[in-house]
Write a protein that binds this ligand. Structure first.
Ligand code: FCB
Length: 435
């Protein structure tokens, strides 16, 4: 009997072979007991529900979490180190904590995982905050000193450096919304903070770039997709261009020529709608009955293509964060398939996207929103610290194993074919017809 032909797996959205597939976390959000951080001092004034406490206790359980990364077939991981642990007092470095991070990173590397390491992810040592935090121009030099002390000890276990995470979001939450420390209303404070963060990045980029020339250096920038509510409205178009330039491009501009890649975190889509005032308002997506996450953030995969196209230039791009807070795991499945389809389209369009880090590997402490948002591929029980792999984590693994999105997953969202494949087939038919 002839062996049956293998079924043609049509419609697979294939990614490049060397694509990085991983998830991201940050030290303060997962480690627990970061008692020397400014956030720790800040959260003690809040109701217990909003205190990080032991969070996921990854400080002790990192081996368990990294084993999960391996089990899930990720080939890369993004994590951060906590400055306030390593330098709890001005100029005093805790060797024991440096050793801890050496063990953490060494273990990750021993599993053959590419390591993307963030050096500052929102939290400051209390002594730095006491001296004015990022409003103090000296903080850029303190940060440089910290990096120069720790980087030589860990560099062999690091593949990519991220100097800063989302400088713009930090300024927004700390100075506009004032829900993060230093929670200050100060126009000059914002300006100084932005400029000092830019100066910190530049100093650290120069150092890392010359000390470890083979390890690319960048930042993780929160980029948003904007559009006008009425295409014909000039003021809405102006709002789109202005906000895109300030929110998405300004920090890159301030730090131009000091990036080996662009790291982008994508979560938001905004429609500007002309209202009564001079400046357009943000159209309320709930009034449009849009699909939103548990945090009220619109689910808008097409926006990921838009920001990739908007930011693309000669540099490679890594999606350093992208994820959804949802207790409904089916929504996470759909999120992964639809958002990654947009990444596929961007790659097809010639945009150099080189990796995707889902936020987050495990549920964790979501800053001023506490523990309710569930971003994790892996569920965490905050009482027992037990980890439980969610089915959506396996959907991601399925994608990773196929090095693309297989038809078996695409059919859930009604997508059956790859446009290119259809066109190719059609051309072949035309050629045949014309022969
Ligand atoms: C990003 C932060 C990250 C996490 C996600 C949900 O802005 O970088 O720490 O809070 O949002």
């Amino acid at each position: 009997m002839p062996t049956p032909k293998p079924k043609h797996e049509h419609g697979i959205l294939k990614f490049p072979k060397d694509f990085l597939w991983g998830a991201a976390t940050s030290a303060y959000q997962v480690e627990g007991n970061n008692v020397n951080a400014d956030w720790w001092a800040w959260e003690q004034k809040l109701p217990p529900k909003f205190r990080s406490g032991k969070t996921c206790n990854q400080y002790e359980l990192y081996e368990k979490d990294f084993a999960l990364i391996k089990e899930l077939n990720h080939n890369a991981h993004r994590l951060s180190i906590e400055w306030s642990r390593i330098e709890p007092k001005d100029g005093e470095f805790d060797h024991h904590e440096i050793e801890h991070y050496v063990s953490v990173l060494k273990y990750l590397k021993s599993l053959n995982i590419k390591v993307m390491l963030t050096l500052w992810h929102f939290t400051l040592p209390q002594w730095v905050a006491g001296l004015g935090g990022w409003e103090n121009s000296k903080t850029a030099s303190y940060f440089e000193r910290f990096v120069k002390r720790v980087a030589p000890e860990i560099a062999e276990y690091v593949d990519f450096w991220i100097t800063l995470n989302e400088p713009g979001v930090y300024v927004y939450e700390a100075y506009f919304e004032r829900v993060w420390p230093p929670a200050k209303k100060s126009f000059w404070g914002q300006i100084k903070t932005t400029l000092n963060l830019a100066s910190a990045h530049k100093k650290v980029y120069k150092y890392l770039h010359s000390a470890f020339p083979k390890k690319p250096v960048g930042i993780a920038q929160n980029v948003q997709s904007f559009e006008p509510y009425h295409k014909h409205s000039l003021i809405e178009q102006v709002a789109v261009v202005f906000t895109d330039l300030t929110a998405n491009h300004l920090f890159y501009f301030l730090t131009r020529k000091t990036h080996d890649f662009l790291g982008i975190n994508y979560y938001f889509h905004t429609r500007f709608k002309d209202g009564k005032g001079f400046w357009p308002e943000i159209a309320d997506e709930t009034l449009q009955s849009r699909d939103i996450s548990d945090l009220g953030w619109e689910v808008y995969p097409e926006g990921l293509f838009d920001v990739l196209a908007d930011l693309s230039d000669d540099l490679p791009i890594y999606i350093t964060e992208c994820g959804i807070a949802s207790t409904n795991d089916d929504r996470k499945n759909r999120f992964l398939i639809t958002y990654l389809s947009e990444v596929y389209r961007a790659i097809k369009a010639g945009i150099q996207v080189k990796g995707f880090f889902y936020w987050s590997l495990i549920d964790n402490f979501e800053w001023h929103r506490g523990f309710d948002p569930r971003f994790g591929l892996v569920e965490v029980d905050y009482l027992t610290f037990e980890r439980k792999i969610r089915p959506s984590a396996l959907v991601y693994t399925d994608i990773i194993q196929h090095s693309g999105i297989p038809h078996s997953l695409l059919r859930f969202i009604g997508h059956t074919v790859d446009a290119e494949e259809v066109l190719e087939k059609r051309y072949r038919e035309i050629i045949k017809e014309n022969k």
